[in-house]
Design a protein around this ligand. Sequence first.
Ligand code: PGA
Length: 258
Amino acid sequence: MRKKMVAGNWKMCGSRCNVDALADAIKKGTKSFSTKIDIVIFPSFVHLQLIENILVDTLVSWGGQNLYLGAQGAFTGEISGPMLVDYGCQYVLVGHSERRIIFHEDLKLIAAKFKTALEYGLKPVLCIGETLAEREQQKTEKVITEQLESVIELAGIDAFRHAVIAYEPVWAIGTGLTATPEQAQEVHAFIRKLLAKHHPDIANTICILYGGSVKADNAAGLFAMPDIDGGLVGGASLEAKSFLAICENALEKAAGSV
Ligand code: PGA
């Protein structure tokens, strides 16, 4: 049985003061939670130290929203894997659609970042998903295949033993337009089928999150789907109440599965 995960992507949001309050509320709110689910927070880089101070020795893990290749060097503005590890990160987001679209990260760079993350002991959360135009042109499976195969080609299928996948349809991110549980399930099943062609065991055990306007009131329906193992949550993770409610939905599903 796969473990459920709820991850909060705080993007370029928060101040020192409200990140402190939000992390503290998450710490208090998850105190009584069991280890049946994984909870991960992705704050901005400048807030990592604060997060480490507050969330150390709790059930909540944290990670970086991005990384660059190598350990250090003349790459102004970039952050490396070892720097993230230094601040207690266990995870890193790779290939988020905002990185692909706004910052023009291509398939090759994303695959290299995925491989780099693993080399430094970080668990990459590989984000994949189609735009609205691609969905309307029935290109969803083609896009997902390209995004996955480019990483498998460089890093090898075995690397996925230590990775998480997040299916995030671009048209659902920050728009309030959530994929229906059935729409999301269809793509999650496709992702698992594609991985199974390379390695059935990895396909079966890998955690595949759904992301795109996950909220407290739609999480239960999404998390009930057989191939949806939790959520990567943006907007609703910026408020402790809604984030904790989403975690509780995942916990209920985890409890119901034993
Ligand atoms: P959203 O963001 O929940 O605000 O749609 C999800 C994401 O970008 O990871």
